[in-house]
Design a protein around this ligand. Structure first.
Ligand code: NDP
Length: 330
């Protein structure tokens, strides 16, 4: 790596935040005890918001966005990480409050880092990223609720998105019969490749729910919220669990207490940004074991850093299929 490196920098202007690729040096990097040569970052829903200036995701400018990164330690003042270690950073407000992964080099705090599992490539780690980590935490929440594949089919909403795609692959790999909800019928073949065996449309699952509907799902991963989550709750089997992690369809929840008081349905929130490190380490180890490389490849597109400003915001319109890995080298 030369003295200068390329980073995508958002700067505040009178017309809102404007992004551009800039040449930086180590002296431009923020405080932190570990400096990393970044192999890859990724695109998540929050990154789309940061790139388009929506939702006040970015708390201060100038900002290098990118909530995920993986790379190799090139300088460390931390006893926990040495030069040459392969590391991953997701969450902890990186890319929102602190400079993130859309750069060839970054300096972060060691407490944000986990080690990349030995057998996991940098590309795979960022194909997983925050979205995949969140999907794994949802699956672990379903396991913690002791729901087994024999208890019936499971549902994944926003299935063709990042969290949804990884959730479909993980749940089907664990032997669950997975029904996928998608607003993009053209993604059904892709989702079938990840292991989905049945499909519902976004439209039918966005219809206002009756307080209780016929019992269908033993468990569900919901990335959408709002009317869709209300409908999922109304369709849960007795004792079923919904792992709710997203709001792609809205932050409201127009439901009743009926699924909870008449069917013992459990609604488990899932959060990955400040999830404690031991839980993250468990989740990354599981991802390394449970997610076959060919499935990850089939859900991943590599996007050069230079195209992100133009293409990244499309994730907000539900236009990104699976996961985009960001290559800072071009
Ligand atoms: P994506 O955009 O990749 O996936 C979201 C998917 O939701 C889309 O692909 C689309 O799937 C569906 N969708 C989009 N808009 C709507 C809508 N208006 N109504 C119904 N469905 C819609 O995002 P991610 O997978 O990265 O994130 C998914 C959600 O999870 C986001 O809300 C994000 O903020 C949240 N999240 C939460 C985390 C946490 O820690 N709790 C961490 C990571 C993400 P399809 O085309 O198949 O219909």
């Amino acid at each position: 790596m030369s003295d200068t490196f390329t980073a995508l920098v958002l700067r505040e202007t009178d017309d809102g935040p404007i992004g551009a690729l800039e040449q930086l040096t180590d002296a431009d990097l923020p405080d932190g005890d570990v400096t990393i040569d970044v192999d890859y970052s990724s695109l998540n829903y929050k990154d789309g918001m940061a790139l388009s200036g929506k939702g006040r995701i970015v708390r201060s400018y100038p900002m290098v966005p990118g909530i995920d990164l993986t790379g190799t330690v090139v300088a460390s003042e931390s006893p926990d990480f040495a030069v040459g270690d392969a590391v991953i950073s997701t969450g902890w407000s990186v890319g929102e409050r602190y400079w993130g992964g859309y750069t060839q080099r970054q300096r972060v705090r060691s407490e944000w880092l986990v080690r990349r599992p030995d057998d996991m490539s940098a590309l795979t780690a960022m194909a997983i990223g925050t979205a995949g980590l969140t999907a794994m935490l949802c699956v672990m929440a379903i396991e913690d609720a002791h729901v087994l594949p024999a208890e019936g089919p499971v549902l994944v909403t926003g299935a063709a998105g990042g969290v949804g795609s990884v959730a479909v692959a993980l749940l089907s790999g664990l032997g669950f019969e997975v029904t996928a909800v998608t607003g993009r019928p053209e993604t059904q073949e892709y989702l079938a490749g990840l292991g989905a065996t049945a499909f519902l449309t976004r439209e039918e699952m966005s219809e206002p729910a009756r307080p209780l509907e016929s019992e269908q799902w033993a468990a569900a991963v919901d990335t959408v919220g709002s009317k869709m989550l209300a409908r999922v709750l109304a369709q849960m089997k007795y004792g079923g669990v919904v792992a709710a992690c997203g709001l792609a369809g809205g932050a409201d929840l127009p439901t009743t207490v009926m699924p909870f008081i008449l069917r013992s349905v459990r609604l488990q929130g899932v959060e990955s940004v400040v999830a404690p490190t031991p839980l993250r380490n468990r989740a990354w180890a599981r991802l390394g074991r449970d997610l076959p490389a060919d499935l990850i490849e089939s859900m991943t597109e590599i996007v050069p850093l230079s195209q992100l400003l133009e293409r990244g915001p499309s994730i907000l319109d539900g236009q990104v299929r699976g996961r985009w890995v960001v290559d800072p080298g071009v």
